[in-house]
Design a protein around this ligand. Structure first.
Ligand code: SF4
Length: 356
């Protein structure tokens, strides 16, 4: 995988490591604060998590995916054993890696619609969801080398990182891996212009890339066509929360299959990424400010009686235009999310007498 190497090597100074650890610890504490509120003060917890953190995340992934990869609290927990030198550091086969990626996108498609029935209104349930995800992240981090099993494997956000983070603005230092053990190839963190089709070594990778690009935009659109409601009391209701996102996913998948014949693959990935994020902010920003199509759903602050609706949509259109132009038209940079650390001289567990 020589072509995926980043020329510059990266060895963080001691002071840089300390700064990154301080930032990681701070973000982790913010995560703990959010979970505390989800359990004991659900209204605030839901606002902090679903109405502030999650709406900011896509923007962060487009411009500074490396920053998110460096400070994500789930990543910090998953990599804790590795930092402490206690991880088993197993290496995934390419097939296993592909399977994890496929599970990740399927998990995303299963979990997100459940927001309408449970998580958007129920702080403790969201906390349980986050605890469960954290437990999985920690366990796989204990067994497998660096980010291979969680951050670049099972994490349900990872497919979206690859879709939105194709043109990251900056390559930051890798604040987790002290040396590169090539635990995953191509490494999403260290590969310039990574996208959902950068890895197509197995049918699992191909399917994951296909679903991420083709199905995700329609899934996002469909998700916004259904209101929040409390609880699921019948199988019919369960079907309802999945119906619109799945219909949307099918429509854009078909469009993707057709367009693939006529449009260059890389152009199409950028186009579908722009479509997905535009759809997200077109519905999400008005909802946050009290102009949602289902009044009150996902609302952070009600400005509906203070600001004219058209003004909100002018701002939203400007934001969408900016992000889409960035994804579609901005100059292709040879930026990876983070700079690859120096390659390890050996894949042995003990290097220079230390257990890395
Ligand atoms: S930089 Fe190297 S060790 Fe770190 S996640 Fe990427 S491939 Fe694995």
């Amino acid at each position: 995988m020589e072509k995926y190497r980043v020329k510059s090597s990266n060895k963080l100074s001691r002071s840089s490591i300390l700064i990154w650890r301080a930032v990681q610890y701070t973000v982790w504490l913010i995560g703990v604060y959010i979970i505390y509120n989800l359990i004991f003060n659900p209204t605030l917890g839901i606002h902090l998590f679903w109405n502030i953190l999650i709406p900011i995340a896509p923007l962060l992934l487009v411009f500074l995916a490396g920053l998110w990869r460096n400070v994500c609290p789930m990543a910090s927990m998953s990599l804790l054993f590795r930092h402490l030198g206690m991880s088993k550091r197993k290496k995934l086969t390419i097939k296993q890696s592909g399977k994890l990626n496929l599970i990740a996108i399927i998990a995303l498609f299963i979990i997100v619609p459940m927001r309408h029935a449970i998580f958007d209104m129920n702080g403790p349930a969201t906390a349980i969801l986050l605890f469960s995800i954290a437990a999985i992240a920690i366990v796989v981090g204990f067994f497998y080398e660096w980010k291979s099993a969680w951050c670049s494997g099972l994490c349900p956000i990872h497919p979206v990182e690859k879709l939105y983070g194709q043109k990251s603005k900056l390559s930051l230092p890798n604040a987790h891996c002290n040396q590169c053990f090539k635990c995953v190839t191509p490494c999403p963190d260290s590969t310039p212009n990574i996208n959902p089709l950068s890895t197509s070594k197995t049918i699992y990778h191909k399917l994951t890339g296909f679903l991420t690009i083709g199905a995700f935009p329609g899934f996002v659109w469909g998700w916004f066509q259904f209101p929040d409601f409390q609880g699921i009391y019948s199988f019919g209701q369960l079907i309802m929360i999945y119906k619109q996102p799945m219909l949307g996913a099918i429509v854009t998948t078909l469009a993707y299959v057709i367009l693939k014949r006529y449009i260059n693959k890389n152009e199409l990935i950028k186009l579908f990424a722009a479509l997905a994020i535009s759809c997200y902010y077109w519905f999400r920003i008005p909802a946050l400010l009290g102009f949602g199509i289902f009044p009150g759903d996902g609302m952070l602050i009600d400005l509906s009686s203070t600001i004219p609706e058209f003004f909100i949509y002018i701002i939203v259109s400007a934001i969408i235009l900016f992000i889409s132009s960035w994804l579609i038209f901005s100059k292709k940079r040879k930026n990876s999310w983070t700079i690859r650390p120096i390659y390890a001289k050996s894949n042995n567990k003990l290097i220079n007498g230390k257990n890395y």
